[in-house]
Design a protein around this ligand. Structure first.
Ligand SMILES: N[C@H](CCC[C@H](N)C(=O)O)C(=O)O
Length: 276
């Protein structure tokens, strides 16, 4: 069997995108891992599946699988690539595209050049979404990990994010601490782990050790979660440039209950077929 795909990237966070609008594509964890494998497969951080709509007033349903095979609720860089994919494939002729996800509906807006703007929905702080948030009033929590005493914030963008504020991102213990926090028992669904350095009230740096993928060059939901946490701590204003190793995203958010807006690039790298 041969499977057609498009290889795309958003700030170096890379994806295999599959069109399942005409015919269903069954993806189990083993197939996801095979497609994501950078030696025995195509290679990517996540697989994105484009399906017919499931939610009212949406044009498509968007599913995401991490490189480790786990299916997850949301992917921000992937959402921008999703918009570019469905437009370039002629699956829609709209510049504003409502899409359903496991985290609820999001809206994609094709801008000029390769830029896409996304209404990511409102961030969540409910303990039901992230059990780590035992006391919803608290902004940060202490967590002992491998002898380190960490001060951690947590935000859900549909998928769970831990946010750790550091003085110097270049010396942050991401490689050592990232996997330990990702799998910490206080996060039963596991968690994405962002290390954030504030540069100004409109600019922060971020590296993310992603759940199910390890450190990536960029994480869209991670950028949203980091900005939201920084704003809740009154460290930034309502529009922030988030500088990740793969490049910059513009994140805008005002207050709880309001949506997070993310703007950034989406690029197709190549198309292909894989023999399965
Ligand atoms: N690793 C994430 C999914 C991909 C998110 C990231 N690539 C983004 O751009 O938001 C998770 O397990 O929740």
């Amino acid at each position: 069997m041969r499977l057609a795909f498009s290889k795309m990237q958003g700030l170096g966070n890379d994806f295999v995108v599959l069109d399942a609008t005409a015919h269903p594509i069954a993806i189990d964890p083993a197939l996801a891992r095979r497609l994501a494998d950078r030696r025995f497969g195509i290679g990517c951080d996540q697989i994105l599946l484009v399906e017919p709509p499931r939610l009212p007033d949406t044009e498509f349903y968007y599913r995401i699988f991490n490189a480790d095979g786990s299916e997850v609720e949301q992917c921000g860089n992937g959402a921008r690539c999703f918009a570019r994919f469905v437009r370039d494939r002629g699956l829609t002729d709209h510049d504003e595209i409502p899409v359903g996800t496991a985290a609820g509906p999001i809206r994609l807006y094709l801008e000029d050049a390769d830029q896409v703007r996304v209404d990511m929905g409102a961030p969540e702080f409910r303990p039901e979404r992230i059990p780590f948030l035992a006391d919803r009033q608290a902004l940060t929590y202490d967590l002992a990990v491998a002898g380190e005493s960490l001060v951690i914030g947590a935000v859900s963008m549909g998928n769970p994010h831990a946010v750790i504020l550091v003085e110097d991102l270049d010396t942050a213990p991401l490689a050592r601490i990232g996997p330990l926090v990702e799998a910490h028992p206080r996060f039963p669904q596991r968690v994405n782990v962002g290390f954030m350095q504030i540069l100004a009230r409109d600019h922060l740096r971020l590296r993310v050790y992603e759940r199910g993928a390890g450190e990536t060059l960029a994480c869209g939901t991670g950028a949203c979660a980091a900005m939201v946490h920084a704003r809740r701590c009154d460290l930034v204003d309502s529009r922030v440039r988030v500088s990740l190793p793969g490049g910059d995203l513009l994140i805008a958010w005002n207050a709880p209950g309001e949506p997070v807006w993310m703007t950034g690039p989406a690029v197709q790298v190549f198309e292909g077929e894989i023999a399965l």
